[in-house]
Design a protein around this ligand. Sequence first.
Ligand SMILES: Nc1ncnc2c1ncn2[C@@H]1O[C@H](COP(=O)(O)OP(=O)(O)OP(=O)(O)O)[C@@H](O)[C@H]1O
Length: 739
Amino acid sequence: MGMKMGVENSDRFVTSHRMGETNNNATGSAVHGVIVRNAIKTYGVGSNRYAVLNELNMTVKKGTIYGLLGASGCGKTTLLSCLVGRRSLNSGELLVLGHEPGSLNSGIPGPKVGYMPQELALYGNFTIKETLFFFGGIYKLKATFINSQCEFLSKLLDLPPCDRYVQTLSGGQQRRVSFAVALFHEPELLILDEPTVGVDPLLSHSIWNHLVRQSTEHGRTVIVTTHYIEEARQAHTIGMMRSGRLLVQDSPENLLNNYRALSLEDVFLKLCIKDDGKNPLDRETATNANDSNPVAAPIRNSTRRNSNLARDINQIDTSETEHPSSGKSPCFKIPQMSAHRIGALIRKNYILSFRNIGIFLFTYFLPALQASLFNVTLGHEPTGLRMAIVNDELDVNQGRVCNYTMDCEYSMLSCRYLRYIKDNIIQVQYANVSDALEAGRKGQVWGVVRFSWNFSKEFEMRELNGDAADLANIIGSQIGINIDSSNQQIGLFIEKWLLDAFGDFVRDFRRACGNVPEAGLLPVAFLDPIYGQKSTPFTEFMAPGLIISIVYNMAVALTAGVFITERKQGLLDRSLVAGVKMPEILLSYLINQFTVLVGQTALVFVVMLLVFNIPCQGNLAVAVFITLLQGLVGISFGLLISTGCDNEMGALSLSQASFLPLLVISGICWPIEGMPLYLRKVAYVMPLTYAIESVRCIFSRGWGVEKSNVYAGILVSFAWIFAFLALCLIVARIRKFAS
Ligand SMILES: Nc1ncnc2c1ncn2[C@@H]1O[C@H](COP(=O)(O)OP(=O)(O)OP(=O)(O)O)[C@@H](O)[C@H]1O
């Protein structure tokens, strides 16, 4: 029933449906849909180089169906990808609808071609309707037209309801949706790579009928590959391919007659037997099937072929023909971008993001969680540090026990000093130094504090004698300290607390004795700091680096794999054949990720500044701006990874591998001034270094953009964004993702 309705409605394919256009079905006056001459295409490099297309010649008349048959691996897909402009020939000539694919105004890649690749090349998270609307957006089709096509093709191809998700469809249904995507915008040329795989015979029959109608009633050219040789009988011309060459091309009837065969399979078999053992480059033997046939003629000998090429090209309306030299865009010229394609890509990216709402929310809030974790875990003073105390001044037998006097009394000063030590240190009494040191070696204590038996007495002598104090007196009044310095941070804290405790002890004691408190301290005074506080918390030093590295790393992680999956599933190829340009894809991802980045950055700043009170002395807007720029650097780097890597694992490894070196070299955890001179130069050209320095200057010094330390961060960020994006385009061009 559905198929019947499809037949009735087939006239829809002559409507005008493109926004801003009156008629899209001008077929031009060229006689040939496709002409391929002496096509050579190789893969691999050096000794691994091999030819997949071997001086191949092919002629497809406009408005006809061309069935391309051949064994697996003979080069059919490669030929088709050259026709749609996704690959280029090493040598030879190729004209599709009178233009070289990829040349200006050729419409290929673009709306003139409908391409169904071998892979499914559909977004599983999209409904059928969303799929058509995505490609419709790329082709700038009107919504009413897409809706009516959706309805029409549903009936023709017996598709499930249009609101069904592609990933929930059966394999055959998915193939039919893929077929619908190739058809629905009514292209002049249909290139279908095995459209009937996984489709039941009834539907396959209907698909072929539809293709016949498309060619006979609407003058569309169809090139179709299939492994089911017999179904190709409905094609006007059959091309039989082997080892990168066309053994023959002719109408099915002629082939059956000329080879006295009952089936096309027999014809192919006979041709293969004939071809076996012959030099694949021997053009005479490869193309001697039917000398009298005008379509078979172009693939005979080289002399004839050249003259045929001249003739074939002459048959094409010269106004429609574009030669490589005239129309091909220069190597690295950035193609013109279009708002409707970018709009379609952005919508697609958002739909894909919101379909995985759980993952989206997690990644959206992750930077804020990381910032919170940083504030909770880093920069705080350690507590519960056990220190061994060996106080020889204590002797119960001699009546030397701790007293708690605060008077000017030189008695049991060891106990008095110990009371000034911060609670972060747990004091554990040990009877003798050797036991205490042994405990330190076993990791039971972080150090040993020891007093001699006559500590208070010697301390008094030292105070009274001043410069006249002798060495024995000085040594006896010392507080001996051994610290486990295996952990520098803990060692530094213990050292500082013991010294602070001594400073407090001396000041109080001298005050009690009516002396000037400060006289007992070192004659070095740290006055008010120029910037910051007297003891700036470590978190404040690290905060700018942490903010930027969290935002940067998140941006890299979210973009490093963005179009690897699309590429692997053939979706990138399909979009590019539909006319999308690589810069448009990059821009759409930049825009999508940037909107996520804005939210993430805002949350990180809220957590750092409002929740954990990291001070910002300068202009917060400039700090946020630099952080956003760094996010864009991360997105650009992620896109570069995505362009260069073939699989998600490689992208993940590369993004992770680059993160740690960048972290350490950018001065996040340790001052750049602590690096060797040569490394500092490297550090300063890294993407994050200047930006971190800029934000640090804004946060702690309150500097503005007029200072070179601040604007350097902005300029360097812009430079990296442009460098990464330019590299993306170059890599894409080299790897042939670009159109
Ligand atoms: N990107 C590539 N790099 C290297 N070799 C490739 C590449 N793509 C295809 N090939 C090789 O080129 C040959 C032709 O492949 P192609 O996909 O064009 O064959 P095909 O006729 O379409 O096969 P099938 O009918 O199985 O799809 C195969 O040997 C294949 O391994």
